[in-house]
Design a protein around this ligand. Sequence first.
Ligand code: TYM
Length: 335
Amino acid sequence: MENTTDNKKTVLSGIQPTGTITLGNYLGAVQNWQRMQEDFNSVFFIADLHALTVRREPAEFRQTSLDFFAQYLACGLDPEKCILYFQSHVRQHAELQWILNCNTYVGETSRMTQFKDKSAKHADNINMGLMDYPVLMAADILLYQTDLVPVGIDQKQHLELTRDIAIRFNNRYGETFTVPEAYIPKEGAKICSLQDPTAKMSKSDPDQNASVSIVDDEATIVRKFKRAVTDSGNEICVREDKPGITNLINIYSAIEHKAVSEVETEFVGQGYGSFKIAVGEAVAAAFKPVREAYHTLIKDKGQLSAIAKNGAERAASLAEKTLRKVKKRVGLVAF
Ligand code: TYM
């Protein structure tokens, strides 16, 4: 990664540490990161500053952030192959955000779908951070001259804003930032709630049966799938009027790395009940080693902190290069 003369592309992504990493986060993002770390310069972080946009109980938040870090490792993100750190440990993120703030219009951030949704959900706490959230995300991405950002479909609009900010800055001050592209997986881009397949599976859903955590035990996972809401009829196929079955097919397809058509063929003539169990068992089998590794890793705080410190140092040295260039471009005095 430090070798900037190689011609590998750079990928970067992050997750907000709230609740636990869900099946949606895993299929939309982490599963692809794990694959991409083999071929790209890879930077993955815990987006803890982003998580502060909603009120958190400090002790619980600190523990959740550590849990997420251990879960990154448990999912196979390897500190030998990628840079892993906490966003708050690399001050350049917040510093670049300020400069980008001065090159972003209020109208651009206030029209973001997620800002509108979150403002409605947290009407008593529509803080500046909530609206400025995508500018911090742009700073995260642009600091590392990122080429590709592996995310689920819900982040597409933020990526478009990041591109707009980068292009505007480059036009105004000269070539400074790589203009990044979103990398959105075909099957796992939008995993839906098991209880309401028209809504996104979300870490903050209070209904425990709606989402699956990567550290849920096998019996819990299978039970949640058995209870998954399905549609009328009995055909196992992807169709607009079958959001429940379509969601389960997408999950099975993404977790088993099979094409949707292959999954449809595999389950021809089978009932919803046995299909739901098959999906649950496939997810449970995939998460078993993750859960086991997580429980071992979380006990070793020394190891977690060593990996995070090393990751933050490596990240900061890359980030500083871009930040120095940006400060010069905008005319800040440097001695
Ligand atoms: P967050 O924490 O909401 O989600 C983390 C990642 O998981 C994806 N995702 C999903 N994918 C498929 N189906 C779902 N139901 C689902 N739910 C979530 C998200 O698209 C995301 O990829 N703002 C970001 C975190 C962030 C970031 C960044 C990402 C901060 N800085 C820079 C990329 C680059 C967020 O809140 O994701």
